[in-house]
Design a binder for this molecule. Sequence first.
Ligand SMILES: NC(=O)C1=CN([C@@H]2O[C@H](COP(=O)(O)OP(=O)(O)OC[C@H]3O[C@@H](n4cnc5c(N)ncnc54)[C@H](O)[C@@H]3O)[C@@H](O)[C@H]2O)C=CC1
Ligand SMILES: O=C([O-])CC(=O)C(=O)O
Length: 350
Amino acid sequence: MMLRSIKSLATSPSSHILRRGYASEAVPDRKVAVLGAAGGIGQPLALLMKLNPLVSSLALYDIANTPGVAADVSHINTRSVVSGYSGEAELGKALEGADVVIIPAGVPRKPGMTRDDLFNINAGIVKGLCQAIAKYCPHVSIEILLKQALVNMISNPVNSTVPIAAEVFKKAGTYDPKRLFGVTTLDVVRAKTFYAGKAKVPVAEVNVPVVGGHAGITILPLFSQATPKANLSDAEITALTKRTQDGGTEVVEAKAGKGSATLSMAYAGAIFADACLKGLNGAPDVVECSYVQSTITELPFFASKVRLGKNGVEEVLGLGPLSDYEKEGLEKLKPELQSSIEKGIKFANQ
Ligand SMILES: NC(=O)C1=CN([C@@H]2O[C@H](COP(=O)(O)OP(=O)(O)OC[C@H]3O[C@@H](n4cnc5c(N)ncnc54)[C@H](O)[C@@H]3O)[C@@H](O)[C@H]2O)C=CC1
Ligand SMILES: O=C([O-])CC(=O)C(=O)O
């Protein structure tokens, strides 16, 4: 487990850096592991991570079919070296030395299901993967501190799978709340797209924070803080909020039994992983919404804007001013989010 770390301590930091002309443009080596890499999200996410110049090593893991995906993606002429790992016996090798582990492993919804209906299957999958992360991922950093990889949890129900991961890491003695993230970026991506369409503003300029959790009414877009500003009516804001909350269901129904969002999720997952890598590399002002351990409400996990840095979460940002409609939405989401968190904690400890 410590092999790569000890190796990296024995070599000078500069030997782990790809130099591009000037020292100030140095790009450190970074390993990203995708667990569930042969799936609907995993495959396009593997593609997008292969396109990311911040990645030097890309490990693709699934219980089956990874060799083909890895061989395919590996032919793309970008920086990272790709390796495929198939089956539990190879999980350790996939994880060893990873800086960021992205988890889109697990079953997706079919029409008529809630994300919580996935709990029975996905909770066990996530628990097993997190036990392996705790075993194989902590490595001694240059600063000689024991640090675990940053974990980007995509598997649903995110409101529960993140607390499960936290409990598993606590039991293993590797939990660092700064290094565990529920990926809620797709909610932000949707809120931006829907807002730009309604407000008739260029989508590339739009920012909308989305807070709370990642299921139904626990998804709370803060359109009162959306920029560029637009004069939308209360009815329009209500409709935009509902569409963002039901965005996942919209895709599940359109796919009619063939799964849930995969392409837009891969895009969102790639944006979030890129932000994590930028933070690790010391880029300033990297802020994304994510579901993390939090004290900004009374709930122990909550999605809000988070500043990312060399240690993962550098700062959990507050909610800012809310409209009355958003204040109401915040109070309404709390009982559901609380019970999803408790369900995850209970499962992890039984
Ligand atoms: N956070 C978010 O915003 C979103 C989350 N999701 C969730 O992502 C998950 C994956 O969705 P899809 O890729 O569409 O499903 P999929 O069924 O297409 O792919 C899942 C992959 O996970 C693999 N897998 C199953 N057990 C595994 C294990 N123990 N270790 C490693 N891999 C394992 C499967 O072999 C499969 O290749 C679902 O739980 C879905 O609800 C989906 C969209 C958005
Ligand atoms: O809706 C689902 O089941 C998948 C998901 O989390 C999303 O698309 O936001």
